[in-house]
Design a protein around this ligand. Sequence first.
Ligand SMILES: Cc1ncc(COP(=O)(O)O)c(C=O)c1O
Length: 407
Amino acid sequence: MDRNSTFTVTADTMSKALPNMAMSTRAIHGDDFASSHTGIAPAMHVAVNYRYARDPTKLVPGENKNPSDPNDSFVYSRYSAPNGARFEKVLEGLLGGPVITYSTGLAAFHAIMVLLNPKRVFIGDGYHGVHAVIHLMAKLTGVQKLGLDQLGQVEPGDLIHIETPVNPTGEARNIAFFSHVARKAGAYLTVDSTFGPPPLQNPLEFGADIVLHSATKYIGGHSDMMGGVLVVRPANAIEKWWMATLYAERLVMGNSIGNLEGWLGLRSLRTLELRVTRQSQTAENLAKWIHEEINDSSSDVGRVVESIKHASLQKNGVKEAWLNKQMPRGFAPVFAIWMKTADQARQFPSKLCIFQHATSLGDVESLIEWRAMSDTTCDPRLLRISCGLEDVNDLRKDLLQGFKALL
Ligand SMILES: Cc1ncc(COP(=O)(O)O)c(C=O)c1O
């Protein structure tokens, strides 16, 4: 055989031959060259530590390069490990910037606070755990928490942190607006995009400095892993040394993603686009149906449900231009309903067959939560609904029989 005619595919030839691969392809092949192992599915590496070179002349303090596989240069799993590194590589191709992973979403937010060490954080509604991290940091640094209605006071070095779409309603916020305010004042904008995973929105495109995802939700998607992800604006990653600093600080904080979770995350990314697109369509469909039923005076649904919120119904369904631009492929797969009474909200989950009464969201199983169970500050009439991958007609029938059972 003529050796010169052999066509060897490498990451480089692949990106030249197939530039601009779509998200679904990148999710499946983004790590094809990150391991010399021939397994089509990634191996699960559980090792904590990695053997150094046997030849003492090859020992380089601080690194451990494997000459037969440039991707296999690990020292200790708290620094970095094969499953997590491969997970980060695929995520980078999907999220549009350098990625670092953590043990949980809150650990990722904590890492932002340690990196930027702001004196003031401007933050609105959203996941209560993120507010709890700020209170914890206040104990150490005295950081002050202000509201998004106080943006007139933003100064250089402050942090504006927004969650969009927001927990628990799934309504969206205009990222470009907050980015404009941050830029003008010399402040930073971080965006918790947990409720808007790819392919729904890319906050970097609209000016975010750092994007956060709780990988426990859509990125994991199977109710079986916890993780956190930060995506850094490429310019900040290099010019401000943010990426190198995040890696150095993760090493000290010890909040790296676990080996098993890195592997589970990689498994989950292969289907991310399919799952999220379908879950988003289901949420829009169910939200529209409930909204119409509430407005129909003869409907049984309207006798027990007071109101509903979701991005598809924002501004009474007249979608603003920024919203369509920011979320062109659909809205959050989560919405919230308010029952007429707190007692109905407490009882409703027990009437359902398919929806599981549990906290969290983003899983293949549809979930409903009487939100007071995990957020005691929340209106006790509120139920949060996270759409899974079951058939939308079955989900609608389940909700309907549940509403009727309350009457
Ligand atoms: C919007 C949002 N951000 C962050 C988190 C925290 O994620 P984790 O539970 O992975 O720490 C959650 C958890 O529910 C969340 O809903």
